[in-house]
Design a protein around this ligand. Sequence first.
Ligand code: GDP
Length: 436
Amino acid sequence: ANLVAIVGRPNVGKSTLFNRLTQSRRAIVSETAGTTRDRQYGKCTWNAKEFSVVDTGGWVVNSDDIFEDAIRRQVIVATQEADLVLFLVDVTTGVTDWDEDVATILRRAKLPTILVANKVDNSSAYYEAAEFYKLGLGEPRCISAATGGGTGDLLDTLVDMLPQENPEIIEEEIPRFAVVGRPNAGKSSIINAFIGEDRNIVTEIAGTTRDSIYTRFGKFGFDFYLVDTAGIRRKNKVTEDLEFYSVMRSIRAIENSDVCLLMLDATRGIEAQDMNIFQLIQKNNKSLVVVVNKWDLVEDKSQKVINTFEAAIRSRMAPFVDFPIIFASALTKQRIFRVLETAKQVYLNRKARVGTAKLNEVMLPIIEAFPPPSIKGKYIKIKYCTQLPNTQIPSFVFYANLPQYVKENYRRFLENKIRENWSMHGCPINIFIRQK
Ligand code: GDP
């Protein structure tokens, strides 16, 4: 999907606009969320076009305190990674030096940019907005993110300006793996280890406007695509230290993959940046393999240390805990083959189909033994379950007389029982409770 970045000074209303653009969709996906930093990345559908939105301000803990330089660098990253930029300015403060600076960056970047004047809540503000014309980015579009005024027209313009997406022709049955992680986790190194000296690339798919997203490999007896490897190799030292950088870098790769290999650095453990990327993976319903890289640098490789590591990772990612963790070294190539093999298995798990008869045979006795707790004297009965056909991830429906009374923790119980009985390792699954 196309990626739209919202940039602008602190307090111009970026997150209000972001919420407005992503709200409806978020309500739908929030079942899987459990995330604390939802403000930063979301999806929007308008006129049947879907795109992703990133709020650059969402990556700054306290926007008021951030150095203007850091925000400026975020804008640079946004111009490199996004397909369109919404440059938000504030009519109540008028044009600032910083706005002019950013306008210069955006004009040079030569990518579709919409200048948006926010806080236009009354007619006099319309006249004030004209001042922003001097930023050289055309006529400002006037909106009030708070009330929603003008946002419909803005969205009409936006989807018209989004570049045409030319989907690359890829073979659907071949797994697509994305290697993601923060800078220096070892992404490029592990890809080189996968490829080896012979660079046994089957096909380089012709790129369209930017470099090809997929590179196909035939290695170790099976075919797979690595997603956005070019993006991984192309580095930018100016902005690499920004938390925002690794996120922007990851979005496209994650969106276009089936299975994400999340690279952690064994010498650093799991940090906020890793969690941000993990949340992107989760929001996109992708499967996960965690690779603890640089294992060669860890002296004590005892089982106790391994267990501690694993427990720490799983507790950070809870409630999703059913995924493989592999301790590897891109440098010495220890367990490199295992990483790919596991990714392939996790990909197959994504396609798992459980027959309805078998599912009921296993699940109904469990439900009978541990029924959902009755509420206000009402018994909740689940009589039947089935797996939905043709879904992105395995999705199960349980039919109940009073679905509204089945609580989240019972859904989780059902999910765990499914995971115990069928291998969905590494794979998110959906559990729906519906009226029978
Ligand atoms: P990227 O930014 O995630 O692509 O990370 P790189 O692949 O460029 O690796 C960053 C640094 O870590 C480089 O100096 C690598 O040589 C080093 N590195 C990567 N993997 C390993 C590993 O398994 N063991 C050790 N000791 N160093 C590694």
